[in-house]
Design a protein around this ligand. Sequence first.
Ligand SMILES: [Zn+2]
Ligand SMILES: [Zn+2]
Length: 239
Amino acid sequence: MNFSDIYFKLRCIIFTRRCRYCKTVVDVRKDVCPQCENEIFKIYGDICFRCGCSLKECTCKKKASLYARVCAPYYYKGAAKRAVTRLKFYNDPYMAETLAQDMAECFKTHYGEMDFDICTFVPSHKAEIKNRGYNQAQLLAEKLSEILGIPCKPLLYKTIPTKPQHTLDETMRAGNLLGSIVINPEFETKLQDTRILLCDDVKTTGATLNECTKTLLINGAAEVDCIAVCVAHKEKKEL
Ligand SMILES: [Zn+2]
Ligand SMILES: [Zn+2]
C-alpha cells in the first residue's frame, strides 16, 4: 500500500462525503452519487426568458408574463428535484446553500450584466413557516444575496394560507393566489424605480411569480426578474 492509498483510506475513515443533491453517502473523491450523476438535467444554452426553458425545449409560445425574465439552473426532475424535495419536505435547510451556488452560476450566465437593487423571495404564510420551520425561498434568496452581494429584503407578505400550488391545475393556480400577496408595509414607499430579483424554489406555471411581480410593480418597482432552482416543463412529446 503506497502513501496515496493510505491517505485515501484515512480520508474515508475521517470524512463521510454525501451526494450534494440527495445526501446519500458517496465515495470520498466524489460530490455526486451515481444515480444523481446520471440525472442532472441542467438548462443549457440560450433560454426562453418567459418560461425559463432552453429555446430548443420551450413549449410556452412566449406566454405573457408580468415579470421581465425568469431563469433557473435545472429542470424539475432527477437530482435537482430530489434536492428541492429535501429542502421543502425533509427539514434540510442546509440544502439552500448548495442550491444557491447553482443559482448564482445561472445568474452570472443570464443576468450577469444587469444591476439589481434588491433581492427578495416568494413569501410563505406564517402558518406554513411554522409547519416547515422556515421559508425555503427566503433561505435561497439569503444565500444567493450573500454570494452576489445584492441586499436581501422581505418585500412581500402572504396574508392568507393558500392551497399548495402543486396540488392545483394550471387554471386554478392564478385564482388560488389572488390578492394573497401584499407589500410588507415597511417597504411600501421604498420601491420606486427599483430593479428587483425575485427568488423561488420551483417555477411551474409562473402564477406565483406573476402574483408577486404584480404587487411589486403596483408599489413602484421598475422591473422584476425571477430566478428559481428549477423550472417544471412539459416535454414536447407529452403535449
Ligand atoms: Zn445523489
Ligand atoms: Zn418559453
